[in-house]
Design a protein around this ligand. Structure first.
Ligand code: ZN
Length: 157
C-alpha cells in the first residue's frame, strides 16, 4: 500500500486534530476560489488530495464539518479550537483533501501542478504553473489531474 513516502502526522494548527498520512498524495494544486479563501483565511488553498486508505489514525473529533455552496460535494472541516483547516472530504469521504500547511514536512510532498480559479486570485503569482480560470475549466482540470494521479497509482507496482 505504501510507496517511498515516509509517513507524517498531519494536524490542524493547534494539534487538536491529527491523522497519519501514509502515501504520496494523488494530486496537489493551488485553489484561489473565494470559498478556499474563506475556509483557509489565506489568499489561496495549497491542498493535497489523498485516497481514504492513504490516511490512518484519524483523530478528528474536534473538527466541525461544513459545506459551502460550491463545490457542493466537499465537506470542509475546521478545527473547533483554532478555527483553522483540519481536513476536507469529497466523494462521500473516499477522497481526503489536506492543506499542505497541515503537514510537518511539506518538502516531502510533490510540487503543485496548477492554479485553479485563478481569476479569483488576491494577488498575481509568478510561476510557471498553468493557471485555470472559472468553475468549468477548474473542475475539468481537477478531474483530469485526479484521473492521472489515480491511473499512476493503479499502474504502479
Ligand atoms: Zn486546531
Amino acid at each position: 500500500m505504501s510507496d517511498d513516502f515516509t509517513s507524517q502526522e498531519g494536524s490542524c494548527s493547534c494539534y487538536s486534530n491529527t491523522y497519519t498520512i501514509n502515501h504520496t498524495p494523488v494530486a496537489r494544486f493551488i485553489c484561489h476560489c473565494t470559498i478556499c479563501q474563506d475556509y483557509t483565511g489565506k489568499a489561496y488553498n495549497d491542498v493535497t488530495v489523498l485516497l481514504k486508505s492513504d490516511v490512518s489514525e484519524l483523530n478528528i473529533n474536534k473538527t466541525h464539518f461544513r459545506r459551502w455552496k460550491l463545490p457542493p460535494n466537499i465537506s470542509r472541516g475546521l478545527c473547533k479550537y483554532c478555527h483553522k483547516p483540519s481536513i476536507e472530504m469529497a466523494v462521500a469521504g473516499n477522497l481526503l483533501l489536506i492543506p499542505t500547511d497541515n503537514y510537518p514536512d511539506i518538502a516531502a510532498l510533490p510540487e503543485p501542478t496548477m492554479h485553479l480559479f485563478y481569476n479569483r486570485r488576491v494577488e498575481d503569482i509568478e510561476d510557471e504553473l498553468p493557471k485555470y480560470e472559472g468553475f468549468v475549466q477548474s473542475q475539468t482540470m481537477v478531474a483530469k489531474a485526479l484521473a492521472q494521479g489515480l491511473y499512476k497509482r493503479v499502474t504502479k507496482r
